[in-house]
Design a protein around this ligand. Structure first.
Ligand code: SAM
Length: 503
């Protein structure tokens, strides 16, 4: 792609004037065609845009659907850039009076810590547009994993951010909104070209460097590292395609282990790394033992959330399809790749593959104090970034509040917490009381009589100790028994944001 600031300015002006935004595209397509397109099914979108002079429809046909469009229509949709300008930028090529897109270019909208963003992101055309299996150096656009990482990222002000494996640059673009400098790295020169183009189009300054893993930044320190790395576990069988965007070239889950164990070397004290990853669950071993051993080797605070677990067959199907091989297209290749995947997993006794996100932090001083590995496979309320930041803060608060400190503290119930009581019909006392978090991880915590009474009294007026004393008298068991019962749970509720220190 060509990086020409003047032409890119014209492109931005044209895309803005034409209304080529997420809402504009959905309006032109309608909900049904937009949903079908999200499922990689183009037929309704092709029908919705056919024969239309609407600039958004023309741009959708060209850049999302990979259809040839008439030069007249595209010229009208990009009047100041024009087809010669779009050709020079490497966006299109002409074929008689038809023009074809060479790249995928689509609007992107999100809300992050700094408010709403509206960008356009260029990447390689996907399978839907080309009708072909992906090239092994395919540069991915913004996908589900990209969005997940962007939403779990803590958006506090930072000085230096690293986006490792920047691809089209989406994480780096978000990072630019809350940091002074952003370095994006990638092993793929083509990916860096796209990232440079997207940054120019967004009017954002990024430092982009070629190289593998931490090598391009080995001597630097970052306050935040984000990475959606090429974590897909791929058999090292001869002839198996290796896609740069998803395959780090290692055996099994070694790439994620390498990153978890090594990222501390580029983190400034207090610096945070947020990563996505897959990990193998091997026979006789719990997932958290394996990933926990990586945390131990990292020397960092660590919090791992496993969001999904797939069996080897599901995993193989997902990733063989993702590369464009299907049983309909090529049954022999499908069967042979499927077999290689199963053999590869069997060779290491892999029974399942976990997916999740990791938050690592270099302690300001001393040894790590946070080691948490949990499953959260239900619905979460994104963005989780602020929730993760608050939980790290709560962890630090708890570290400096022993039980005496906690008893002296005042806590309030977070506004999104509700209490659910389950009663046997006719009974007046609930059998089960649940404290339910409305936001974030949507946690539900079962509370006994003392804990439910305690949380109910946490309005910030009385200290924890005063509430414990009152409950000890009320329940006739003494304050010490109540403290022993509820303080560990109260710590958990503070850590997870259901209770918040008010002093
Ligand atoms: C899953 S994509 C993520 C792209 C983008 N950051 C996002 O969130 O959508 C992984 C990226 O890592 C890059 N990559 C692959 N191997 C790498 C390596 N050894 N070192 C650095 N980057 C690598 C790929 O080229 C690709 O751009």
């Amino acid at each position: 792609m060509e990086h020409d600031p003047a032409l890119t300015d014209r492109l931005r002006d044209d895309l803005t004037a034409s209304g080529f935004a997420v809402a504009g595209v959905e309006e032109v397509l309608g909900a049904v065609a937009a949903d079908a397109l999200h499922r990689e099914e183009p037929v309704p979108a092709l029908r919705a845009t056919e024969g239309s002079d609407d600039p958004v429809a023309v741009l959708v046909r060209a850049f999302l659907l990979g259809e040839p469009v008439s030069a007249r229509r595209l010229q009208a949709a990009l009047p100041s850039l024009g087809i010669p300008g779009a050709t020079r930028l490497g966006l299109v090529r002409s074929d008689g009076d038809q023009v074809r897109a060479l790249v995928d270019l689509r609007p992107y909208a999100a809300v992050d810590g700094g408010g709403e963003v509206n960008w356009w992101i260029a990447s390689d055309l996907g399978e839907l547009a080309t009708g072909n299996a992906l090239r092994t150096d395919h540069v991915l656009g913004v996908g589900g994993a990209s969005t997940t990482l962007a939403q779990v990222t803590i958006r506090d002000e930072r000085r230096m951010v690293l986006d490792l494996g920047t691809g089209c640059g989406i994480q780096a673009l978000h990072a630019s909104r809350h940091s002074r400098r952003v370095v994006g790295t990638d092993i793929s020169a083509r990916a860096l070209e796209f990232a440079r183009f997207n940054a120019l189009l967004a009017g954002v300054r990024l430092e982009l460097r070629a190289g593998s893993m931490l090598e391009p930044v080995a001597d630097e320190r970052f306050d935040l590292v984000v990475s959606n790395p090429p974590f897909v576990i791929t058999p090292r069988t001869p002839g198996m395609p290796s896609y740069e965007y998803r395959d780090g070239g290692r055996s099994g889950d070694a790439i994620v282990r390498e990153l978890v164990e090594g990222v501390g070397s580029v983190l400034a004290p207090g610096g945070v790394a947020q990563l996505l990853g897959n990990w193998e669950v091997r026979r006789g071993e719990q997932w958290h033992e394996r990933v926990g051993s990586w945390l131990d080797a990292s020397g960092l605070d660590g919090w791992v959330v496993q969001r999904e677990l797939q069996d080897p067959a599901q995993y193989a199907e997902t990733w063989i399809r993702d590369g464009g091989t299907t049983p309909d297209r090529d049954r022999a290749a499908w069967a042979s790749r499927y077999g290689s995947w199963l053999d590869d997993f069997a060779s290491r006794d892999v029974e399942a593959i976990g997916f999740g996100f990791l938050t690592l932090r270099r302690p300001l001083a001393g040894a790590p104090s946070l080691r948490r590995l949990e499953e959260a496979t239900g619905t979460v309320r994104q963005p989780l970034g602020p929730v993760i930041a608050a939980s790290l803060g709560a962890h630090d608060w708890l570290e400096v509040h022993d039980d005496d400190g906690l008893l002296a503290a005042h806590l309030v119930v977070a506004p999104d917490v509700t209490e659910e009581r389950y009663l046997t019909p006719g009974e007046s006392d609930p059998q089960v009381v649940l404290l339910r978090q409305g936001g974030g991880f949507g946690r539900a915590v079962q509370a006994g009589t003392a804990l439910a009474g305690f949380v109910g009294a946490c309005d910030g007026d009385l200290s924890v100790g005063q509430i414990v004393n009152a409950l000890g008298a009320l329940l006739d068991v003494g304050a010490d028994a109540v403290a022993a019962d509820i303080l560990p749970s109260a710590r958990g509720l503070v850590r997870d944001g259901l209770l918040v220190p008010s002093s």
